[in-house]
Design a protein around this ligand. Structure first.
Ligand code: FES
Length: 163
């Protein structure tokens, strides 16, 4: 599994990551690439350092957008870091974060050789009521709140370019 998160986008992925952590025997190596504007914006930073980073078979790659005093880790945007790290294309990737990050991360994964059927992302930013009533979340004939919000990237290709 490969999880890629930007900013608060780690929050929706956290439960999936914890599920995988709790069922490690069913998964191979797990990589998490997580970036934010600054060290202070990294969600659950302490838990990530104290728990995730210490688990066998779990590789956590943290990055922040700009240099910051007290930060010795990677500096740079998430999509570039994903390409820089490179990953086996036998992984399933799940991306969550700002739309621009999702767009460039997906492009990076394709460049690395991933197929769109291996990559999942979420479109919840389009949602308003969340229960199929307001009609504000549609992409073509799909209602993000009812048909998603998680979509495989090849499914997004079949939708109008409205997201
Ligand atoms: S968010 Fe209101 S209909 Fe989907």
């Amino acid at each position: 599994m490969l999880f890629v998160a930007g900013g608060i986008g780690l929050a929706p992925l956290r439960s999936v990551i914890n599920y995988v952590r709790a069922n490690r025997q069913n998964y191979g190596t797990v990589d998490v690439v997580y970036g934010s504007r600054s060290k202070d914006d990294l969600v659950d930073y302490r838990e990530i350092l104290d728990e995730w980073c210490k688990e066998e078979g779990m590789n956590v790659h943290l990055t922040i957008d700009r240099e910051q005093e007290g930060w010795n880790g990677h500096v740079g945007f998430v999509p570039n870091y994903v390409k820089e790290l490179g990953f086996d294309t036998n992984k399933t990737a799940i991306i969550c974060g700002p739309p621009i990050m999702i767009k460039f991360t997906l492009a990076g994964l394709i460049e690395l050789g991933f197929d769109k059927t291996q990559v999942y992302t979420t479109m919840e930013l389009k949602m308003k009521c969340g229960v199929g009533k307001c009609g504000r979340c549609n992409i073509g004939s799909k209602y993000v709140c009812k048909d998603g919000p998680v979509f495989r990237c090849d499914q997004l290709d079949e939708m109008p370019d409205e997201y």
